[in-house]
Design a protein around this ligand. Structure first.
Ligand SMILES: [Mg+2]
Length: 228
């Protein structure tokens, strides 16, 4: 089996550190301008798409070269923030669940997220997870759309394990309709958690296979995953 976790508002919350670091990076690159994320949907979306929209909203052409510089500068600001006062806090039950899955034979783990790889790892490590336990991942740069990412993680799993899992043996855990959608699109199961901006009633409309307020009762989550 394979369990794929979203990062923001699923495993952890950074209390805005990511957005603040993106704004700081933009200000460093264009000191004469004023930036804001007003009108940009960030929840459950790929950093690559958020960045493109962010630049376009401010009348800046989102070139590949600029993207490379921005990614690096954003990473530097996030790193600096976490070395200072910025927080990345694991959500209830998540560290115990990750530890338990890691200790369970036959269940592998990965991350499927809109984060860039370098900043996603910073967030996960700062929240107290060991990034290495997430071995089969799909990051912002691995696709054009979130729907592409579970397949990337599953391909990486198949390549290393020499065995392709049936999609029904893959579970995606996330806090937004985008997470549920990317699971369904790939034939995977989904667990939705109402630890982000979407309430349980809202997530229920998207019909996840399991809907939870949070991952606090991690033993039940593990049983649900293992018993499928
Ligand atoms: Mg999320």
């Amino acid at each position: 089996m394979l369990v794929l976790f979203d990062i923001d508002a699923t495993l952890l919350r950074t209390e805005g550190a990511g957005i603040r670091a993106m704004l700081a990076a933009a200000h460093e690159l264009f000191p004469e301008r004023t930036f804001s994320f007003d009108g940009i949907e960030v929840s459950g979306r790929l950093d690559t798409l958020i960045w493109r929209e962010f630049m376009q909203n401010h009348g800046i052409e989102p070139t590949i070269e600029l993207h490379g510089v921005f990614r690096r500068t954003y990473g530097e600001h996030l790193h600096r923030g976490f070395a200072g006062t910025c927080q990345s806090n694991a959500l209830p039950g998540t560290r115990a669940l990750v530890d338990a899955i890691h200790a369970t034979e036959g269940v592998d783990m990965g991350i499927v997220t809109g984060n860039y790889e370098h900043t996603g790892i910073l967030k996960v490590a700062k929240a107290g997870f060991t990034p290495d336990v997430f071995r089969f991942n799909g990051w912002a740069d691995d696709g054009e759309h979130r729907r592409d990412l579970p397949r990337v993680a599953m391909d990486r799993h198949a390549l290393e394990r020499g065995l392709r899992l049936a999609a029904a043996r893959v579970t995606v855990i996330g806090d937004t309709p985008h997470d549920i959608d990317c699971a369904r699109h790939n034939g995977c199961r989904s667990i939705a958690v109402a630890t982000g901006i979407h309430r349980e009633s809202e997530l229920a409309e998207h019909k996840p296979d399991l809907l939870l307020r949070d991952l606090g009762d991690w033993q039940s989550v593990l049983s649900w995953i293992a018993c499928r």
